[in-house]
Design a protein around this ligand. Structure first.
Ligand code: ADP
Ligand code: MG
Ligand code: ZN
Length: 655
């Protein structure tokens, strides 16, 4: 699908071709070298030989002494050339100089030559010319040709990097600072539309709204609202973030600049920042428009605190420029920045604050129903056996991303073709899934059916306990789709409260340990899946005993230190005896939470199992489903509250 998209417009190359200039100078340099070597190369002689031999022979016509080079050049008489033929390889030497000699700078030319000439008979005397050699070429070589050669080399090194970077703007070193963004104009035949993006309903809704902001800004600004400046698509690799952005480009009737975060990064200082400036300049000219920066973590990684020794100053400059530019244009100027990353955790906090990427759009791994949709999209072009049932495909592929599913469809078609079939059959898909699971397993991402069952019970345990205990936070949604490094997740509505009572804390602790208890009840054994639960539980219990004075035995004492100065002290502010007491109390509280969770789950075993089965089947369960199973909740629920998210982390993810 990738390469079918339209070649984006290129920037026209600027007028003069600098490259030809380089060639001209190279030719001039060659010409110099050619002329300066003379017509025939003179032979070297020592001054003593010249003085006592050649000059006395009577064959010399002229002696030119170049004072500043301490060099003498000897021209022979036309008539005597014959004698010297064998020195020049048998041929008669061309016009001189025929010999040269070098002398030291203490050489007294006038005196030496006079004495030789005067000692000669009249007919063998020669002309003496004393000269200074002025070179015009030397400085030119030094100041022009040499730097040009350097530039040329620089250019040749640049070129391959440019093509690897996949940039769009015209080549040439003089465009290094130009942004590399590709521009998709209105009415282009970019093929991707929202129809090609299956599932992801919420994300689609959000980006649709962004497109709408640009189309009818009046509708929103009339009421005094401000149009967001940017939205960040966050989610694991292969979940369709880039695809969604392409669909926006295909659907929006506005120009769409697309580039990758790594396009900003070049080995030259200042280039990234200059590209950012250029991108925003272009975008402002084309407003309303959308700028898409894929894999923004390449530039947006958090800046290091101990600057100076890190080599990444260039990246930080680029990021600073990006931040400045995002601040620099008004919120209603009609430029919206869309960015995608799968590492939102490493992004600089400054990027995420309101006024820059105001919105985060989460794109998670698809759940059962969404996977079915994605299969439908990718099966469009595949010849299926008649009567093919596609429902099983989604069931067989838990934890697969959209990209994995596209891969399954393609592999299945290839497997069928290898077997010379006319249609792709169920078995081909099963083989393809096996093959891809094999690949995923190596990346330790895939969940076995056994594990999936355990995770479903674990999450159902949390959900059941929190639903049935009146003081726990009400639950909104549970999934067993792996998200990032967690295996499942439950979303709760934390009640807005400034004070938390002992009962509330105890009920929450029971809900937290509910996952572990569920595993005990169902499997009779426990797993490492409760690591982060237990961590949270332990911290909460210690806080209850040592900070909030919620334990009768320890009493109304708080070892909380708001000044923070205790960090330095090595001793605890309480005795060993109290330390033991605290440990005992913490254990007691956790045991109490464990007992509560066990009681709730055994008393409601039927509903709990029903919930787990529903989770296994649908992979995501909402509060409505819980209400259907257990009846309405007894605690007070106010749904207009902020979401909180609790995730289970695998032990490996903890490193
Ligand atoms: P990301 O940018 O999130 O890493 P991509 O957008 O590059 O992932 O997705 C890779 C490929 O996976 C897409 O080209 C598409 O074929 C497929 N794909 C992913 N998500 C979906 C989806 N929701 N619907 C259809 N295809 C999808
Ligand atoms: Mg991508
Ligand atoms: Zn848990």
């Amino acid at each position: 699908m990738e390469n079918k998209e339209r070649q984006p417009k290129r920037q026209p190359r600027q007028g003069f071709n600098w490259f030809s200039l380089v060639y001209i100078f190279l030719l001039l340099g060659l010409a110099y070298m050619w002329t300066s070597t003379g017509t025939s190369s003179p032979l070297k002689k020592e001054w003593s030989d010249v003085k006592d031999g050649l000059l006395l022979s009577g064959d010399v016509d002229k002696l030119v002494y170049v004072r500043n080079e301490h060099k003498g050049e000897i021209y022979l008489r036309q008539t005597s050339l014959d004698k010297y033929k064998n020195l020049y390889g048998g041929r008669e030497p061309k016009s001189g100089p025929h010999f040269y000699f070098l002398v030291s700078d203490k050489f007294d030319a006038e005196h030496e030559f006079d004495s030789v000439v005067s000692s000669l008979p009249e007919e063998s005397r020669f002309k003496v010319v004393i000269d200074e050699h002025k070179s015009y070429w030397g400085p030119i070589i030094e100041w022009i040709i040499f730097p040009l050669m350097l530039l040329l080399m620089f250019f040749f090194f640049m070129r391959p990097m440019r093509s690897m970077g996949g940039g769009g703007a015209g080549g040439g070193i003089f465009n290094v600072g130009k942004s590399q963004a590709r521009l998709y104009e209105k009415g282009g035949n970019l093929k991707v539309t929202f129809k090609d993006v299956a599932g992801m309903e919420e994300a689609k809704l959000e980006v649709r709204e962004i497109v709408d902001f640009l189309k009818n800004p009046k509708k929103y600004t009339a009421l005094g609202g401000k149009i967001p400046k940017g939205a960040l698509l966050v989610g694991p690799p292969g979940t369709g973030k880039t695809l969604l952005a392409k669909a926006v480009a295909g659907e929006a009737d506005v120009p769409f600049f697309s580039m990758s975060g790594s396009d900003f990064v070049e080995m030259f200082v200042g280039v990234g920042a200059s590209r950012v400036r250029d991108l925003f300049r272009q975008a402002k000219e084309k407003a309303p428009c959308i700028v898409f920066i894929d894999e923004i973590d390449a530039v947006g990684r958090a800046r290091s605190k101990n600057a100076g020794f890190t080599s990444n100053d260039e990246r930080e400059n680029t990021l600073n420029q990006l931040l400045t530019e995002m601040d620099g244009f008004g919120s209603n100027s009609g430029v919206i920045i869309l960015a995608a990353t799968n590492r939102a955790d490493i992004l600089d906090k400054a990027l995420m604050r309101a006024g820059r990427f105001d919105r985060q759009i989460h794109v998670d791994l698809p759940e059962l129903r969404e996977r079915l949709e994605i299969f439908k999209v990718h099966l469009r072009g595949i010849k299926l056996a008649p009567g093919f049932q596609i429902d099983f495909l989604a069931k067989q592929t838990p934890g697969f991303s959209g990209a994995d599913i596209a891969n399954v469809c393609n592999e299945a078609a290839l497997i069928a073709a290898r077997k010379n079939k006319d249609f792709v059959e169920k078995q081909d898909f099963l083989d393809a899934i096996d093959r891809i699971v094999g690949g995923l397993e190596r990346k330790s991402k895939i969940i076995t059916p056994e594990e999936k069952r355990t995770i479903a019970h674990h999450e159902a345990g949390h959900a059941t306990v929190s639903w049935l205990l009146p003081n726990a936070n009400p639950l909104l949604k549970v999934t067993i789709i792996p998200r990032g490094q967690s295996l499942g997740a439950a979303w709760y509505l934390p009640e807005e409260r400034q004070l938390t009572t002992t009962e509330q804390m105890m009920d929450e602790m029971a809900a937290t340990i509910g996952g572990r208890v569920a595993e005990e009840l169902v499997n009779g054994r426990i797993s490492t899946g409760a690591l982060s639960d237990l961590e949270k539980l332990t911290k909460q219990a210690y806080a209850m005993v040592t900070y909030f004075g919620m334990s009768d035995k320890v009493g109304n004492l708080s070892y909380y230190d708001s000044t923070g100065s205790r960090e330095m002290a090595f001793s605890k502010p309480y005795s060993e005896k109290t330390a033991e007491l605290i440990d005992d109390e913490v254990k007691r509280l956790i045991q109490q939470a464990h007992a509560t969770a066990t009681r709730v789950l055994t008393e409601n075993r039927e509903g709990f199992e029903k919930l787990a089965a529903l989770l296994l089947e649908r992979e995501v369960v909402f509060s409505e489903d819980l209400e259907a199973i257990f009846g309405p909740r007894r605690g007070g629920v106010d749904p207009n509250k902020l979401l909180r998210e609790d995730t289970e982390e695998t032990p490996e993810a903890k490193e």
